[in-house]
Structures are given as C-alpha cells and as structure tokens.
Ligand binder design. Structure first.
Ligand SMILES: Nc1ncnc2c1ncn2[C@@H]1O[C@H](COP(=O)(O)OP(=O)(O)OP(=O)(O)O)[C@@H](O)[C@H]1O
Length: 341
C-alpha cells in the first residue's frame, strides 16, 4: 500500500484546451477520495491518467516511492497494481462468477487451490460466495457490480479506481450499493478514488472530496468540512441544498454567521458591500420571533416538509418544517446560521 501524489498534473488533448489543469493532491494510504464535478470537468481524464491509460501533458504522478507518470513517459496500467471498475461491469458472460473473479489471478499464473482460495476470499468480501457458480446473466444489477468489485480486489491492488460505478443502477439499489462500497473499503483497506457527479453519493462514501470545475480543483476537504465551510459560489451551490443570497455584509470579516448576524444581514441592517452568503435549509426554522417570510411552496417529502420562502425583495430561501404551512401565507422564521462564501 502507498500514498498517491498528483503534482501539478495537466492534460490537454491534441494540444487543445486543458481537460485537467495543474491539479495537485495527496491521497493518503487507505483513503477514499471522491472526484466530484459536473459533466466535462475532467474527472474521467484525471482517473485515466492515474490508471496509466492517458499520458499527462505536464506534471507527475507518484505512487509510494515511484514516479509512475510524467509528460516524458508512463508506467503501463498492468504494472501499477491498480484496478479500475467501470459503469458497465464488463463481466464475461460465458464464465461463472468465480471464473470472472479469478481471471486476473489466472493471467498472473496463479493456479489450483491457491486460485480457488483467493477467489473465494474476494467473493466473501462482497458477500457473494453463495453465487460462485452462477453466470452473470442470472444475477441482479447490484450483484453484477459486486462481482466486478471482487474481480478488482482479487489481485490486492494498492489503488482501486471507480468511474461512476453506480450510474446505471436505480435509486434503491444505489443506496444498498453505497453500503457495499463502504464495507468493501473497510474490509479491503485499499486506497479508493471514486468519480461521481452526485454530491450525495460523494458525501456518503468518501473520506475526502475533491470538487472539480473546468479541469481544476476548487476545494479538497473531508465531507463534513466541505459541507460546513464551502469555498466559493460553485462549491456552495454544488454541495447540499443551500440557498446563496447576495447580501450587504457591512464591515464584518467573520465567515461563520450566527443568528443575530444572519438576521441583521437579511433585514439589510449591516449595509456595506454585497457578499455571497450560503444559508442551508436545516438552519431556517419556523419560530416565534425572527423574520417574516412568505411561504411560496410546501412539499411533503416523507419525514418533513420542504419549504420555499420569499423575502420582501422576491429572493428565495429554502427551509424545512415538521408542520405543513399554507402556500401564500406569511410566517416567522429564525435563521440560525449562515456562511460567507
Ligand atoms: N479523447 C479525448 N480527446 C479529446 N478531448 C477529450 C477526450 N476525452 C475527453 N475530452 C474532453 O476533455 C474534457 C473533460 O472530459 P472528461 O471525460 O474527463 O470529463 P468528465 O468530468 O469525466 O465528464 P463526464 O462526467 O461527462 O464523464 C471534455 O471537454 C471532453 O470533451
């Protein structure tokens, strides 16, 4: 196992605009990094460079003590001790589950009892030992994905690369598979890099999230840190369901805003220049005293109601409420916390 380091890594295809533009990052041994960002921001290109399928235009990748990619040359994918799991599970239909999982070992000359034991150990990690003799056609989507995971685990890779592995599954199955991934990470101890454009998935799985936009990292931080203290409008808008308001913030430099500060800003009492302020729905609650807002929308989401509220100037805020509030009515809310972006 080893630490993975990206040093000012860039990639421009055919001399065009950089798909990845000078990114630097250290993924600690055994970490779980999610690469999160909109379509086309460079996530897959970065993952393919780490895997060794693409050569960087600039910068380098270091795994442990070894430089494995530079603009001058790359160590080929099969010599990196990494494994990649794709959206399409790419299982061989004519082989059983056990044969699919054991195949990478066979390629390395592992045979007989050793092959059988290592294959069954990998199937145990994804809890599929019972289905070792089935063919992929007789498995559910989630089970196929677990076979693909077992197959990448069987060679004990230092790094597992996952390119939107849940994108083809329905919502219910995705939730179950998130559990499998967490379990897989805990039991295998592998360093994992997981590409997704789903922020909830990234938050649920990763120990660190790198938010990407236009080939660059906007912020790299653990999920709770990135949720509480997002850097800038793009990250603030991408993570969670907050509202970003442009408010006069006065002289204050404090980024973390308490109830009194939030109310002063929302009532326009602070004056001064405008600044982006993020307010999360769980911090806006119906209250006895606070700020009067109009209820524009009230949607029952099962465990609570999701409210859209309008300020006097027409700008909107999101909130949660245990009770249903009638659209069109005025109500008083307390805004407990805010964050200056
Ligand atoms: N082989 C290629 N040749 C030329 N340009 C490419 C190639 N692969 C990707 N690109 C371009 O590089 C940019 C980044 O693409 P990339 O696939 O890395 O993004 P992504 O974040 O993974 O997107 P998605 O979520 O849609 O898969 C895009 O502008 C894309 O058009």
């Amino acid at each position: 196992m080893a630490t993975l380091i990206l040093n000012h890594l860039s990639k421009a295809y055919d001399g065009g605009r950089a798909a990845v533009n000078g990114v630097s990052l250290t993924v600690r041994d055994g970490g779980f990094l999610a690469l999160l960002g909109p379509s086309g921001c460079g996530k897959t290109t970065l993952l393919r460079m780490i895997a060794g399928f693409e050569q960087p235009s600039d910068g380098s990748i270091v795994l442990g003590e070894r430089v494995i990619s530079t603009a001058e040359g790359v160590l080929p994918p099969e010599r990196r001790n990494m494994a990649m799991v794709f959206q399409s599970y790419a299982l061989w239909p004519h082989m059983t589950v056990a044969q699919n999982v054991g195949y990478p070992l066979k390629l390395r000359g592992v045979k007989g009892e050793n092959l059988r034991r290592k294959t069954m150990e990998a199937l145990d990690v994804v809890r599929l030992a019972d289905l070792a003799d089935r063919r992929p056609a007789a498995l559910s989507g989630g089970q196929r994905q677990r076979v693909a995971l077992a197959r990448c685990l069987v060679t004990s890779p230092d790094v597992v690369l996952l390119d939107e592995p849940l994108a083809n599954l329905d919502r219910h199955l995705r939730a179950a598979m998130e559990e499998t991934f967490r379990d897989f990470h805990a039991r295998s101890g592998a360093t994992m890099i997981y590409v997704t454009h789903d922020q909830a998935e990234a938050m649920a799985l990763a120990t660190e999230i790198a938010v990407m936009s236009e080939g660059r990292f906007l912020q790299v931080a653990p999920p709770n840190e990135i949720y509480a203290h997002p850097e800038g409008r793009v990250v603030g808008g991408l993570i969670g369901q907050g509202t970003i308001l442009s408010l006069p913030v006065g002289e204050g430099r404090e980024r973390s805003l308490d109830r009194a500060a939030c109310h002063a800003l929302l009532l326009g009492e602070a004056g001064g220049s405008l600044c982006d302020v993020l307010i999360r729905p769980e911090h806006v609650r119906p209250a006895v005293d606070g700020i009067a807002l109009q209820v524009r929308e009230c949607v029952f989401t099962g465990e609570r109601h999701a409210l859209t509220l309008a300020r006097a100037d027409g700008s909107l805020l999101k909130a949660f409420s245990a009770e249903r509030l009638a659209p069109g009515s005025m109500a008083v809310f307390s805004v407990e916390r805010g964050w200056r972006l």
